[in-house]
Design a protein around this ligand. Structure first.
Ligand code: ADP
Ligand code: ZN
Length: 706
């Protein structure tokens, strides 16, 4: 069995070896047993049912909650030469009939279905008339009523056990907590399933958490080393998402907003672009979540604190699914805590629920102020022990200095107490620093005994002290009043001089470049060839209407770059090059590696090539002009040329309101015969740059030729 599985792995998927528990899981399921698979994102869950699907007779039915995910999987399988389809409501009755026909004829190996579709009586009856090889239930945690991804339809999947006795079922999830696990077993009737629990460590993710100071500037600093990388920036509010996306675009980092306030068309458009293009940044609220299967997300940045470690783990986990180096970066400050606590206080729900949420927030804060290895702390929260510090987080790499803050903490706590436990950090710091201003004078705080006793420390140091006091529960935020600080019972021993307190010392120095992992994916001398490989991949992806990573994942391109295959049989050795892809794409990639591939090496081609990538990445002509240090007029000319050469679509080149675009097109198309020149129509669109007209005309000309 395992031999066969390995052969399938190599032939179809192009991989040499199974990872982690994959082999054991595949052996179990292929032999007809049930399985519960708990594996982190990027662990390789798909193969756990795709390989058995190919090894077993009959149809494999895969339940998946999101259409986008299904389409992605089907496209991927299609590229591998595996017959797979997804049934969904967007298909016409005719298409659906054709699919049913192919299913009946046994021509399809994998069928992807949304749960609500699967449990329709007609669908179940139809499936019962077919030979079913296995059921795979992906994202199985959706059955948990306590999780945030709850899908009521998942509850009905339990009936598969009776309706299809003897058909193995495998449930998969990246959610590990014990309660969810038990719910899955119980509700999906998986009592007989063998459980496969993997480590939830994500070794390729580098974790860094910095105190929030000037968040935008800090974010730019982080992004500076990650130009051309795709990533997600999470913000708490819709407004902040919009503002941040606009800000990043202005700064030359192509970014799109995503939140529940945008129309569903715009959201799915942005999501599609994020998947299909390279180097785009998605600025999003947590509404941007489960559908994100993009494997080469190189970083996840948080500008606001998530409300729990579960959320933090899940959100950062969207980075680096492909196993290549990725970064999780967060800026966090006291204001985040105030905000989250206020949200919590005003939320619905009983006291017990709020207490649980409160504890979760505290665990999140503890990670922020952690002085040991972040990864050890994070995994410990999920009951997993990492024996050694990881060596791959900020604390491990930079080292954490602590200082004896006993005295400072007492002073800070006294300032809170003596000013009446109602003032915010800004005011408290003013007191400690002895600042003489109106806000201090009006309540007479210049007479407090603590006034000016903290002059030997800087404002930043004091802010850090207050933040850490709150994070450690030694002070709390007064939510009934105006969010001022007050003492907690926990601070008494410290005030009485019975305990000592060590706090994290903020490092002001910039992190060493060595700690940024993603930017080192390719070395400078490899960059040109890397871009050439990516260009070819992008071209093929466009031709096939799939995201680039479906053609080949980054890891495969990287291996090509490094191992430099020169024959088809060398190429077949590259991980990720299966039989079908070798046949389809082998020659083309060999040609690029030999330096004679797509025309990226032609003179001046570099600028044009970069222009095309920037346009595809969503930059406006003005931004591109800035980036390439040339005039906008020049940019439009090159865009028009690229459109004419079919290297770029009009959509990518311009960002015009659809109405205006139509008006301009109509103007060009008014007469019969020849297209009018730009000069002929320019008069009517006085405000529109002529370059825009040139681009539109170039696109129309193509249609004329066709
Ligand atoms: P998950 O669903 O668990 O998040 P995926 O199934 O999407 O993970 O796999 C993540 C990535 O790892 C994919 O690019 C996949 O092709 C790759 N992968 C999975 N298993 C292997 C393997 N045995 N060898 C090489 N690459 C693998
Ligand atoms: Zn570490």
């Amino acid at each position: 069995m395992l031999d066969q599985a390995l052969r399938t792995l190599k032939d179809v998927f192009g991989y040499d070896a199974f990872r982690g528990n994959q082999a054991a899981i595949i052996e179990r399921v292929a032999a007809g047993g049930d399985a519960l698979v708990l594996m982190p994102t990027g662990g390789g869950k798909s193969l756990c049912y795709q390989v058995p699907a190919l090894l077993r007779d009959g149809l494999a039915v895969v339940v998946s909650p999101l259409i986008a995910l299904m389409d992605d999987q089907v496209a991927t399988l299609d590229e591998l030469g595996v017959e797979a389809v997804a049934l969904n409501s967007s298909q016409s009755a005719d298409e659906q009939r054709q699919i049913a026909e192919r299913l009946r004829a046994g021509q399809i190996k994998l069928l992807y279905l949304a749960p609500e579709r699967l449990v329709q009586p007609r669908m179940l009856a139809f499936l019962q008339s077919l030979r079913i090889g296995l059921f795979a239930i992906d994202e199985a945690h959706c059955v948990s009523q306590w999780g945030h991804d709850f899908r009521p339809e998942y509850l009905q999947l339990g009936q598969l056990a009776e309706l299809f006795p003897g058909v193995p079922r495998v449930a998969l999830t990246a959610t590990a907590d014990r309660r969810t696990r038990e719910e899955i077993v119980q509700r999906l009737r998986l009592e007989a399933a063998e459980r496969f629990l993997s480590s939830f460590d994500r070794p390729n993710i580098f974790y860094r958490i910095v105190p929030k100071d000037q968040p935008r500037k800090q974010l730019l600093g982080f992004l500076a080393e990650r130009r051309a990388d795709a990533g997600i920036v999470y913000c708490m509010s819709r407004k902040k998402v919009d503002d941040t996306a606009a800000f990043l675009s202005e700064q030359g980092f192509p970014a799109l907003p995503y939140h529940a306030g945008l129309s569903s068309e715009l959201r799915s458009y942005h999501q599609r672009r994020f998947l299909n293009e390279e180097g785009l940044i998605m600025v999003a609220t947590i509404a941007f979540g489960m559908g994100i299967d993009k494997p080469n997300v190189r970083f996840v940045a948080h500008l606001d604190l998530p409300k729990s470690l579960e959320a933090y783990y899940q959100e950062t986990g969207r980075a680096g699914r492909d196993g290549l180096p990725a970064d999780a970066w967060m800026a966090y400050g006291l204001q985040d805590v105030v905000f989250l606590k206020q949200m919590l206080a005003s939320s619905e729900g009983d006291e017990r629920h709020k207490r649980v949420e409160q504890h979760k927030l505290e665990a999140m804060l503890a990670l922020c102020e952690e002085t040991r290895c972040r990864r050890q702390a994070l995994l410990a929260y999920f009951d997993e022990e990492l024996a050694q510090p990881c060596g791959h987080c900020d604390n491990c790499v930079d080292g954490v200095q602590t200082w004896d803050a006993t005295e400072a903490a007492r002073q800070a706590l006294s300032a809170i107490y003596r000013s009446g436990q109602r003032y915010g950090v800004g005011h408290l710091v003013d007191i400690l620093l002895g600042r003489d201003n109106e806000k201090i004078r009006s309540p007479g705080h210049q007479h407090l005994s603590v006034f000016g006793i903290g002059k030997q420390r800087s404002e930043a140091e004091w802010r850090s002290v207050f933040r850490q006091l709150v994070a450690r529960g030694l002070a709390d935020i007064d939510l009934d009043g105006y969010g001022g600080l007050r003492l907690t019972d926990a601070c008494r021993p410290l005030l009485r001089g019975e305990t000592q307190l060590a706090l994290r010392r903020e490092t002001v120095k910039a992190p060493k470049p060595a700690s940024s992992s993603a930017s080192q994916l390719v070395r400078a001398e490899e960059r040109e060839q890397w871009e050439a490989l990516r260009t070819l991949r992008r071209k093929l992806a466009e031709e096939h209407g799939v995201p680039p990573y479906v053609i080949f994942p980054d890891a495969t391109l990287l291996e090509m770059l490094r191992s430099r295959p020169s024959t088809l049989s060398d190429m077949a050795q590259v991980s990720g090059v299966g039989a079908r892809k070798l046949e389809r794409y082998g020659e083309a990639f060999l040609a690029v590696l030999a330096g004679s591939g797509v025309g990226v090496t032609e003179p001046a081609g570099d600028v044009r090539h970069e222009l095309i990538s920037l346009a595809r990445a969503g930059m406006t002509p003005a931004q591109i002009a800035q980036q390439l240090k040339c005039s906008e007029k020049n940019v439009y000319a090159m865009l028009a040329e690229a459109i004419g050469a079919q290297q770029l679509s009009l959509d990518h080149a311009l960002d015009l309101p659809p109405d205006l675009l139509m008006d301009i097109q109509d103007a060009f198309l008014e007469g019969d015969g020849e297209l009018p020149s730009v000069a002929d129509v320019a008069g009517r669109f006085g405000k529109v740059p002529v370059g825009v007209l040139h681009c539109i005309r170039a696109a129309l000309e193509l249609e004329f030729q066709a």
